[in-house]
Design a protein around this ligand. Structure first.
Ligand code: FAD
Length: 377
């Protein structure tokens, strides 16, 4: 490695921005960030965007001002792990690196069901959430597919904003399957209060212009369809020959370093980080923030000739808003099973607002919270 290493960070989402800023500030390395949009997208607010709330996407140039980080707005097309360089869609000179941080996040899996790509709006993608918002101006019936945290936040935000519309939630599982009994009961009451029609154990097989077709042959009418069922990750790591799991997430060790390529680190949704106990972190901003901080520690330590300690995470939690004034905070084990006391109601809605401010504002400017929170064992 050269005396002043060059670190390329791919992706300027929640984890990429924080890691790039920490590395630029606290190591002697030069840092380049490559992202395909010129703005930071607060994905955790996409359901708010879809329901017509104002969400400001900050210009990345402003976020990186004064940091010395070189920002390239371009689509990463290919990683050449042997040559240590990254090819860009614009055809510009490939970006060479000494160390690579892979933080390309995830997106909706619209290939999972026939017609989804043409007729559904993926809430995971800001531009599609905006299209859903536009379609909601005239739609009288909307169906949200998927009852994970994103689906629940989306369906409750839409039902609260449009009390005069018919709002449906379609899920292949049972409602609140991953919550404790108390959490599940609260969820049922909240959806009932908002007038949401829930179709459980209903597998969608096709989406067309006027709604959804279910596996049992039933047709569910909808003028607009919001897709929140299933996320997938970019294929670049796999195509570059880096070790990935069966979902294409980069396989990394406890220090977030690629299992196959020691000069590559993977963080956030696009990487499958293993804790000391062998658990894989779920896709999510919370675990991603800890992983990003741990990668920062690991890179800093290795550059200084020290041996880094692996990430140590023992618990997790789901914090789900159910509209503006309600929510569920469910502590979980790392495998997602509920543990401890579930919290509900207005205090949780306030906690969720604070989480959104911390992740989408504070941590981008002063990415120190996660560094403190990331315990290493
Ligand atoms: C509505 C909603 C609510 C959510 N709520 C929560 C929550 O409450 N708690 C929680 O923990 N998680 C939540 N999540 C999940 C959370 O948003 C993700 O886990 C988080 O965004 C992952 O961060 P990341 O840095 O890995 O990726 P991202 O934030 O997705 O960033 C990836 C970046 O890479 C860029 N990119 C992708 N491909 C390329 C390419 N080829 N070339 C250049 N740039 C590229 C993207 O444009 C993006 O800027 C929510 C998600 C949604 C959609």
């Amino acid at each position: 490695m050269t005396t002043t290493p060059h670190i390329a960070v791919l992706g300027a989402g929640y984890t990429g921005v924080a890691t790039a800023k920490l590395l630029a500030k606290r190591t002697g390395a030069t840092v380049t960030v490559i992202n395909n949009r010129d703005r930071f997208v607060e994905r955790m607010r996409n359901h708010q965007l879809a329901s017509g709330q104002q969400v400001r996407h900050m210009p990345l140039r402003d976020l990186f001002k004064g940091t010395g980080i070189r920002l390239i707005i371009d689509q990463v097309m290919r990683i050449d792990a042997d040559e240590r360089q990254v090819a860009l869609a614009s055809g510009a000179e490939p970006v060479r690196y000494d160390l690579l941080v892979y933080a390309l996040g995830s997106h909706a899996d619209l290939d999972a069901v026939s017609g989804a790509a043409e007729h559904a709006h993926a809430v995971a993608v800001a531009e599609q959430a905006e299209r859903l918002r536009d379609q909601m101006r005239t739609a009288s019936t909307v169906a949200v597919v998927g009852a994970g945290p994103t689906g629940l936040e989306t369906v409750t935000a839409l039902a609260e904003t449009y009390p005069d519309r018919s709002v449906r939630l379609v899920t292949s599982g049972g409602l609140g399957d991953t919550l404790s009994e108390r959490g599940r009961e609260h969820l049922h009451r909240a959806l009932d209060r908002l007038g949401i029609q829930v179709l459980e154990h209903a597998k969608v097989t096709k989406i067309d212009t006027d709604g959804l077709l279910l596996e049992d042959g039933k047709h569910v009418t909808a003028d607009a369809v919001a897709w929140t069922a299933g996320f997938t990750v970019p294929k670049l790591a796999h195509e570059a020959g880096l070790a990935v799991d069966d979902r294409g997430r980069m396989l990394v060790d406890g220090t977030l370093r690629s299992l196959s390529h020691p000069d590559v680190y993977g963080i956030g949704d696009a990487a499958a980080a293993h804790t000391q106990d062998g658990h894989v972190l779920r896709m999510g901003c919370g675990p991603g923030g800890l992983a990003a901080a741990c990668a920062f520690h690991a890179i800093t330590n290795r550059l200084a000739g020290r041996i880094p300690k692996p990430l140590r995470v023992t618990t997790d939690a789901l914090c789900i808003s159910l509209g503006e004034r309600d929510g569920i905070l469910q502590p979980t084990d790392l495998d997602g099973s509920p543990r401890g006391k579930v919290h509900t109601g207005r205090p949780v809605a306030m906690i969720k607002k604070a989480v959104l401010r911390a992740t989408g504002w504070y941590n981008l400017r002063y990415p120190t919270l996660a560094v403190v929170a990331a315990r290493q064992g």
